[in-house]
Design a protein around this ligand. Structure first.
Ligand code: FAD
Length: 393
């Protein structure tokens, strides 16, 4: 492979996005994904304006908007249906040009993959090692194949093998204390008035994101010991949440039992000291896996992708580009990760009845402008331009 060739390890969300951006910067890119069938599983993703702006810079914003539902209505409620705070999607749209978007994860995947040449994606291949072999070469091994590249992007997710290899002393991901059961309904749900509606009980949240076709993803997040599993996950969600306000029972009634996914939520609680090692860049959950309490994990991976591509186009050397990428991305993404942890502690994870009551009162008294400003703090991000790199020696 030439010096302007890159290998992206991981074909989730950040990997394909990075590949699209790096190609715009003038590189040849190969994406290697271990799952034999590209990951069309998963539930829904909410994309705030920063994620959409990144996707627009990559040239896929319109396709993503067309496959998404704009989240205008909804708000935070208590289990009996009392409204704590209204979500004002119109105000967000006024401020940012877009409200939050709701999209099935599979649709986002398909759009990202379609923006790449089919032969740039190698699937069913697990990368086993990455080694720097010279001043300008990195060697990537998978199966019996070895690729030499001028840049490697580690977008291999929260359990990143490459992160373990590069930072052997780092403690890795830790359990957040929350476990999440989620699904997409099999059919449109009658009476689904709100586009987006988290409901907070004691140490528990039930939320939904509506899609354009009337179906919705729902997620039930609860405090639980790591590894706890249920023989019938849907029955367990019905037991815990079936008595909560409408439309929660209808969402559960529209769900097939085999559609329910169950994952413990982990995060990189110890921040990485750098996202760059020579000609290897870490990106997305591999660099900064965060809890889902702000719905920002994928959005931050998309910001990484655009920032990396922009730096590669602008900096004189790959090493300089990666230093710049690290300097621009680490502070912001680690701040968002810390805020997501805090949001979880004050929101879904809060369990003591007095603390819950005090929190709910505080939310009810908070003016909606202040709520909007909190969302803006994370969602208002301006993507850098991606320009093709000048020819490198
Ligand atoms: P991933 O999407 O995990 O992709 C990593 C890929 O690398 C995988 O496909 C994996 O198979 C592959 N891989 C791993 N190892 C290897 C290897 N050795 N060789 C080859 N391939 C490999 N974010 C939002 O912005 N909005 C939301 O609403 C939202 N909701 C969420 C809800 C939940 C319950 C959770 C858990 C997360 C949520 N997130 C959300 C976060 C978001 O899903 C992640 O941040 C995002 O998927 C990170 O993208 P990634 O590409 O870094 O990692």
């Amino acid at each position: 492979m030439s010096d302007n060739s890159a290998v992206v390890v991981g074909g989730g969300i950040g990997g394909p996005a990075a590949a699209i951006g790096i190609r715009l910067a003038g590189w040849q890119v190969t994406v290697i994904e271990r799952t034999p069938v590209p990951d069309d599983a998963g539930a829904g993703i909410s994309l705030a304006a920063n994620g959409l702006r990144a996707l627009t810079t990559l040239g896929v914003g319109e396709a993503v908007e067309a496959a998404s539902r704009r989240q205008y209505t909804g708000g935070t409620r208590t289990p009996d249906g009392r409204l704590l705070a209204r979500m004002d999607g119109t105000a967000l749209e006024r401020e940012l040009g877009a409200p939050i978007l709701g999209i099935p994860r599979a649709a986002l995947h398909r759009i990202l993959r379609a923006a790449l040449p089919a032969d740039s994606l190698v699937i069913g291949a697990e990368v086993t090692s990455v080694d720097t072999t010279g001043p300008s070469r990195v060697r990537v091994a998978y199966g019996d194949t070895i690729l030499d590249a001028g840049l490697v992007v580690a977008a291999d997710g929260i359990g990143s093998r490459l992160r373990r290899q590069l930072f052997p002393a780092h403690p890795g991901p830790v359990y957040s204390g929350s476990t999440v059961l989620r699904a997409i309904t099999a059919q449109p749900v009658a009476g689904l008035d709100a586009d987006f509606e988290p409901t907070w009980g004691r140490g528990a949240e039930f939320g939904h994101i509506a899609f354009p076709d009337g179906r919705a993803e729902w997620h039930a997040v609860v405090n639980a010991p790591a590894g706890l599993r249920h023989p019938d996950p849907l029955a367990e969600v019905r037991r815990r949440f079936g008595g909560w306000h409408d439309p929660i029972p209808a969402l559960l009634a529209a769900t097939r039992p085999d559609a329910v996914l169950h994952h413990d939520v982990h995060e990189l609680a110890t921040p990485l000291p750098t996202y760059a090692a020579g000609r290897i860049a870490l990106l997305g959950d591999a660099a900064h896996a965060m809890t889902p309490h702000l719905g920002q994990g994928a959005c931050q991976a998309l910001e990484d992708a655009v920032t990396l591509a922009s730096a590669l186009g602008a900096a004189p050397t790959v090493e300089a580009a990666l230093v710049r990428y690290d300097a621009e991305r680490r502070p912001r993404s680690q701040t968002v990760a810390r805020d997501a942890r805090r949001a979880g502690r004050m929101g879904q994870q809060l369990a003591h009845p007095l603390a819950v009551a005090a929190r709910n009162t505080a939310i009810r008294l908070t003016p909606s402008g202040a709520m909007i400003r909190t969302i803006l703090r994370h969602a208002d991000w301006t993507p850098p331009r991606i320009a093709p790199a000048r020819a490198r020696p």
